[in-house]
Design a protein around this ligand. Sequence first.
Ligand code: ZN
Length: 147
Amino acid sequence: MSDLRELYQEVILDHSKRPRNFRQPADSNRLAVGHNPLCGDKLNLFLKVEGGRVADAAFQGSGCAISTASASLMTEMVKGLSEADARTLFDRFHAVVAGEGVAGEELERLNAFAGVREFPVRVKCATLAWHTLIAALNGGRRLVKTE
Ligand code: ZN
């Protein structure tokens, strides 16, 4: 069970217990819905995109600790980024769950999710919010399934 304990690192526990940006903003202009049927994770992602920048990011939904923590961290990290930088961050996150670490103070929190690559089912939990982010950036109001 030590692998599983490693999976639920401090960052993940913290974000799953006290998710950031867990709300529905009144003034969002992008919405995408993510669903991971393998685990039952569901989330609605709300973005407010203004002048090519993610002015606000928030989510609501229900899911396992990994998916909730991932959505919480994602919304925290993309807020304030340009759309292009948000897409780059998606690529970085994918690199992390594929087994490549990322460096840099601002990105190191992503490495908390590196352990999920040992658990293919959990990879879908971890990446759900990020795929939903891209869908929302692409125009939103889309249902994203991880399969
Ligand atoms: Zn899950």
